[in-house]
Design a protein around this ligand. Sequence first.
Ligand code: NAD
Length: 506
Amino acid sequence: MNQTMTSAPPTLPSRLPAHHVIGGASVAAASGATLDTVNPGTGQVIGTLPAGDASDIDRAVAAARRRFESGQWRDMKPAQRKKLMLTLADKLEAAAEEFAVLETIDSGKPISDTRNVDVPLALGTLRFYAEAIDKIHGEVGPTGPDKFSYAVHDPLGVIGAIVPWNFPLLMAMWKIAPAIAMGNSMVVKPSELSSLTALRFAELALEAGIPDGVLNVVTGTGQDAGAALALHRDVDMITFTGSGPVGRQLMRYSADSNLKRVSLELGGKSPHIVFADYPDLDRAAAAAAWGIFYNQGQVCTAGSRLLVQRSIHAEFVDKVLTVARTIRPGDPLDPATQLGAVISEKQLEGVLTRIARAQQEGAALRLGGSRARAETGGFYLDPTVFDTVSNASSLAQEEVFGPVLAVVPFDTPEEALALANDTEYGLASGLWTGSIDIAHAFARRLRAGLVWVNGWDACDITMPFGGFKQSGFGRDRSLHALFKYADMKSVTISTPTLSSLGVLPA
Ligand code: NAD
């Protein structure tokens, strides 16, 4: 995207998506019920969405199944699927500004982030899997001359994707792009708090020539549309990003229905460790601040536990506070805003409750702790920093999912490692050190799916993303995610040997 576009004031879209996309048609909920779309930046209702339920999910799963069984997508030459997905990517790129604005008014994310991060990363994800799909090979088995055996990646069938509100388009794309590239059909259930970009993307897919029924989007609450999708007996897999409690529920739904596969990307309480020997503490402090305040702290990989070696503790916390004081909440549609609104009033209240509990538990509040910009009607929070937090406290153990940092001092590397791993989660982790030995030792022993050394959130589509422990299982991104949406099928053809044919002596 060019510079003019990234700094220009946004224009609001003339129309907001307001219907499910099922079998190529834009449709209302069968019940006629709707949900409000609220702009977190203003607290205002800006539109309505279908409040989907089991009957809408039934229609969408039937459309996805029909398309899958027709073979029109799964049996299409991979190079042709690639071509259509790249056409879709071109359309998304042409509509990038529309998508960025939709995402901002739906989720409260700053327009500078949706323009420069969310939409470009979603586009990169789509192109990565489109480009990959005609480069995937099966295997030929070393079974001897009486058999010809090969193994192929067979698409699973109908994939249900249930996604959260913190990166609505990007999280959906991490699932849609590999799943459809592999030849599956999908029913996507976006968060009821942020459904606009998924709906618009499904419309674009039809415009790009992706056959109807390949990508269906049904909106609605988790309890209604989400549960119906996860309990559906004709859905082969649920791929999920969201909270731990819902992840557990999805495993129960699978057990109670058809044992569909379940892939879970859940939360985190990621340790961000700073050793005294790292030579550029200003750089580390800026990363520590942005590691928690980016996206209003609503990032599953947020560096929410900052572990700082005691000899630099006071100096380093002052540096973090200096950066944090420059990060002020502002209107998400203002291109200069770096910190937007949190997703909802409920989320705002939940974060404030956790802040109050941390104070009761004795953590030292050094910055923030309050609602901001209340006069706008939007859901804003000041960046908040607690110092000298006990790692056993609720603030250090429970995911806040807001702009709240817990600083935990430590003395030795052994203590840092123990504190870092003392959590039920295991999504991201990171350390800043001048020692290559410490870097390697920690990379080996940190129990987390992601380890970043001397740079927080150094992500790339080529590398797998996902958690250890209660942060879930299954990986998004990278070629591993493609294979998640396929089963291995072994085919064996019995073949006469040359001797059994009499060509060679027995
Ligand atoms: P959530 O679990 O409340 O909701 C996620 C999705 O699940 C939504 O679409 C929701 O409608 C649906 N849902 C809710 N109840 C359901 C039910 N009973 N059956 C089926 N579906 C149901 O999470 P959220 O509040 O939207 O997102 C925040 C959470 O997501 C945080 O915990 C965060 O850490 C996590 N997250 C994880 C990752 C990751 O990759 N590990 C990425 C982003 C967010």
